[in-house]
Design a protein. Structure first.
Length: 217
């Protein structure tokens, strides 16, 4: 499973890109608004940091306007994916994008049927929202697992991005059920890197070395 970072914070993206662990970035209107910066400017900076798929989301709700926005978004950089919501207008825009050779990430997916609709409309990626589902009585990971089975059984080549990840457990479970990608917030990536036993083990190694050899390398 590949890792994308789910943020529009350029410093956080740079920090994680320097570790070599991320191969793409997802943004959404809320994440861009949180940074309070111009959409195109932020996206351009991101494309200079990460050489992989970068999702920029439309804000129109009408299919033709979504398609116009999609064309503008892809002009920013060759790595841009256009994020479209799973609505009837979003599906229509997905179809138009597919016909125009524009790659899409269909977002706000909360059921396996919605994912199937997106795949049939020609989506390059679908983003089931694991965390938001699991915040309710549903199991977001089960939805990702169902989508994976449906796509495998019916030979659909749309890729699954496990999104709205809230914690390291959801990240690990996304990998276990076969999501192609997980898009992960900065704090969950940080939490997934560290382990108290790693810190404890490293301290013991260095203490043992220093006791015998001092600071000799
Ligand atoms: C998906 O690409 C979205 O940007 C994101 O994962 C939404 O997550 P949230 O539920 O934390 O807002």
């Amino acid at each position: 499973m590949k890792l994308f970072i789910d943020t529009a914070n350029v410093e956080h993206i740079k920090e994680m890109a320097d570790l070599g662990i991320i191969s793409g970035v997802t943004t959404n209107p809320s994440l861009i608004a949180k940074e309070g910066r111009d959409f195109k400017e932020v996206i351009k900076e991101i494309t200079a940091i990460v050489d992989g798929p970068i999702s920029g989301e439309v804000i129109s709700t009408d299919a033709d306007k979504m398609f116009e926005e999609a064309k503008e978004i892809t002009k920013i950089h060759k790595n841009m994916l256009v994020k479209l919501p799973l609505t009837e207008a979003g599906l229509k825009a997905t179809k138009l994008c597919k016909e125009a050779g524009i790659k899409t990430n269909v977002t706000l997916v909360f059921s396996s049927n919605q994912a199937l609709m997106a795949a049939r409309a020609g989506a390059t990626y679908v983003s089931p929202f694991v965390g938001r589902l699991s915040d309710t009585l549903h199991d977001g990971i089960e939805v990702v697992a169902d989508i994976k089975r449906i796509f495998d059984v019916h030979n659909l080549d749309t890729k699954i991005i496990s999104a709205s990840i809230r914690n390291p457990k959801q990240l690990s479970e996304s990998a276990l059920v076969g999501a192609d990608i997980a898009t992960v917030p900065y704090d969950v990536l940080k939490k997934s890197i560290t382990h108290p036993l790693t810190d404890k083990g490293l301290k013991a190694f260095l203490d043992d070395w220093n006791k015998t050899f001092g600071d000799k390398k």
